[in-house]
Design a protein around this ligand. Sequence first.
Ligand code: AFP
Length: 339
Amino acid sequence: MDHIADAQRTDLMTITRFVLNEQSKHPESRGDFTILLSHIVLGCKFVCSAVNKAGLAKLIGLAGETNVQGEEQKKLDVLSNDVFIKALKSSGRTCILVSEEDEEAIFVEPSQRGKYCVVFDPLDGSSNIDCGVSIGTIFGIYMMKDNHEPIIEDVLQPGKNMLAAGYCMYGSSCTLVISTGSGVNGFTLDPSLGEFILTHPDIKIPKKGKIYSVNEGNAKNWDGPTASYVEKCKFPKDGSSAKSLRYIGSMVADVHRTLLYGGTFLYPADKKSPSGKLRVLYEVFPMSFLMEQAGGQAFTGKERALDLIPTKLHERSPIFLGSYDDIEEIKALYAAEGK
Ligand code: AFP
């Protein structure tokens, strides 16, 4: 990268400018989505700043509560959840919010209500906070089905009905990756400007990758196709090189790398967790949406991930996502097992 040239750039595509440009392609648009997004961006900036200061501000540590999955909540989880709920409500554009941290959906009071439903994990990968590893926020956006009183079914929709999805990664830099259904774009927060700048336009995942990403500690409980796939990655029989294993244990970071470098990310079912670990609404769907928009695929072991119809808010599903050709291989292994 030419840092001098970069420092002298004066024509920056900020996320606001980018979204307003997109909005202008839809003359019927009243700017509601742009306003919603600007509130999500604000939430991300706030959480980014809190994550950066966590060690100093002593925000790290247990808050003494457990979330709906029975996990111990960290202070940063609590803070991030509060920040996003307040930012989303105050946008005046949301009607139902589903957060990983709250057992029940939040129905926004009529005076602040809009037409969008937002599902989100305010701080995913929180077990990595204490050691400073990248963590992130994941979100997906649905539109209410009709003009009616909001009901839970408005968020229990298949992932293919999402209007937009994205994540913000709090790592060595703060990166926001988003798709509104026509490609994927990545923005990096310039701390001196306080603005997200378009740094990764039109992200396309390589058709085939050299990396696989999975928690191999669960291998003894895997099903046949998952075990065969990982075996093929390590000991390919077609003369190709073995793949490299990379696993951070923070979905945002693992998926971000997969999106940029190609390869696969798997969180399969196993004998102990027949539905896998990751949550459909705010982990599996948004990441599958981004993968497809970038030219990759996402598969549950049975079907296209975005076709799944969730029946409850915190439902889990196995997930295999990544480069198109690599996921084809996994699909073939599952198809062969089904015969
Ligand atoms: P935490 O929020 O408890 O750290 O879980 C993170 C996560 O939901 C997801 O971000 C990771 O991909 C996955 O779990 C890692 O799970 P394992 O620790 O079982 O590998």
